[in-house]
Design a binder for this molecule. Sequence first.
Ligand code: TXA
Ligand code: MG
Length: 320
Amino acid sequence: MNTADIKKAVSILRSGGLVAFPTETVYGLGADARNEAAVRKIFRAKERPYDHPLIVHMADLSQLNEWACEVPKQAIHLAETFWPGPLTIVLKKQTHVLQVVTGGQDSVGVRIPRHPIAQALLQAFGSGVAAPSANKFTHISPTNAAAVREELGSSVDLVLDGGDCAVGLESTIIDMRRDEPVILRPGMITAEMLSTALGKQVILARQDTPAPRTPGMHHLHYAPTTATRLMAKYELPDYLQALNKEAFPIAVVTHSQIDLPPSVHRVMLSNEARQYAHDLYHTLRSLDHQGFKGILIEEVPNTPEWEAIRDRLKKASGSR
Ligand code: TXA
Ligand code: MG
């Protein structure tokens, strides 16, 4: 990435435009977090309801107090441990933070991303960039520049191309406003890692009591448009054998060795969580283009390092 691109991006942000940029998790659709008209453009481009708050991205910790107040020591400790990185911390907002950024709530989600292009952009801009994932509401988050263009087309003024996102899933979101930290959205920084850092148990928000403002609670969040279903490994072969012709062509995403009928299009992902996460959205997006009648996904292990992946798979295969 050359400095001319960063300069251009900064000037677009300063004049109230939208810039899509890579982060290590997924691509973000950024606007000047202090410019209400600019932030509104994000919601229009994504067709996203206004009560879904945006994450404010910044370059370094010295900017934190511009956006958040009453920051607990423990939150600072997490910031020092995991930033820059794939963690979003929810804190009490400063009074001036725009309602349109926080969805009308009195909290704000903040993150310092690690990707060098995000860093360069945020350093050069010098203030907060409000940015959700750069996809249409309920679609899969983009993990490369082509996916951003496919999602948002001409509604974004500039796409900074930083190649493939290293993590591939959205950041972990932790609410640090109370003594009991709560994970609002699991990510590749796991509950275990957060608990270890804090020296106390961090719990996951209950996912069975949908509140409109909890991340990704919308039942079609992170979903491909092709009907997608999760299935246990042992069920897959029989299920596929029993399907009638109308169900084909069908794609199956696995991560373990299973004998499947040759009539299915099989995609084998890694049996290692980090690599699986890295490849998942790209795989689903590409399968979505190939005209399958359905996508079947092998269930993933019920262990902590797969938690975020399980969460996204559940949502990708949500009721429809
Ligand atoms: O990895 C990521 O987090 C990416 C990159 C671009 O940073 N961003 C992202 O943003 O995934 P988005 O808007 O697609 O998802 C952020 C989620 C939203 O579902 C929103 O509800 C939640 O964060 N969120 C933001 N601010 C919040 C707040 N103050 N309280 C609770 N949830 C909040
Ligand atoms: Mg999103």
